[in-house]
Design a protein around this ligand. Sequence first.
Ligand code: C5P
Length: 232
Amino acid sequence: MGRDVIIACDFDSAEKTFAFLDKFTGRKPFVKIGMELYYAEGPSIVREIKKRGHKIFLDLKLHDIPNTVKKSMAVLSRLDVDMTNLHAAGTIRMMEGALEGLTRPDGTRPLLIAVTQLTSTDQESMEKDLLIEKPIADVVMHYAHNAKLAGLDGVVCSPLEAGKVHDTCGEKFLTVTPGVRFADGDIGDQKRVMTPAEAKKIGSDYIVVGRPITAAEDPVAAYERCVREFVD
Ligand code: C5P
C-alpha cells in the first residue's frame, strides 16, 4: 500500500456513516473506524463497510496483558481489516503477542501500528500523572523504537514527528498522522496541524483526516482536494 488519505468516520451510528459514505460514488476512500462507531454498532459495521469496497483502519487502541491482546487480535484478524492498532505503552511483549495473534493461519495479517504518547498528553501530565520524567519527544521516539523492535509496521504520530520517526526507525516504518488541516480551514481543537501538502513533504505515509472532510459542505470535493495535495 502506498501513500493514502484515511477518512476518520467519527460518527455514532451506522445510519450516519452510510449517509456519509453514500456520497462517494467514484473512488472508495480508505476509512478509519474508531471506538465510538465500533462500540455503537459492533463488528457488523466493519463487515458492511468492507463489503462496500473500502479499505479499513480499525482504530481500537488495544492495551491489556499480552495474552488478552493476542487473543483479541486473533478475533480482529477475522474481520479482514487492512490496518489496526494498540498502545506501545503495553510493552514490547504485548506488541509481540498482538502481532502473533493478528497473523492468520496463511501468514497474512493487517498492518499493525502503535500509538506512542497520545497527543492529548503533554509534558506536564506525563510527569505528574504517569511519573515519566523524560522529554516527551524522547518518550515518543523510544516507544516508536520499541514498536519497531516488536516487529510492528509503524506508529500513529503527529506529522511534525514523522520525519524523526523515519530517521530513527527507517524509511519503511510507516507513519500515520492525524492533525491535518487545509491551509484555509478551521483548526478546531487540534493544536499542532499541517496541510496535506506539508505532511507529504515531511514524509507521512498516511494522513488521517476527520472534520475537514466529514464536516465540509462538499465532503467528496474536500476528500479529492486532500488526495490531490497528498497523494498525486
Ligand atoms: O477531525 P479530525 O481531523 O481532527 O480527526 C482526527 C482523527 O484522528 C480523530 O479520529 C482523532 O481521534 C484521531 N487522532 C488524533 N490525534 C491523535 C490520534 C488520533 O486526532 N494523536
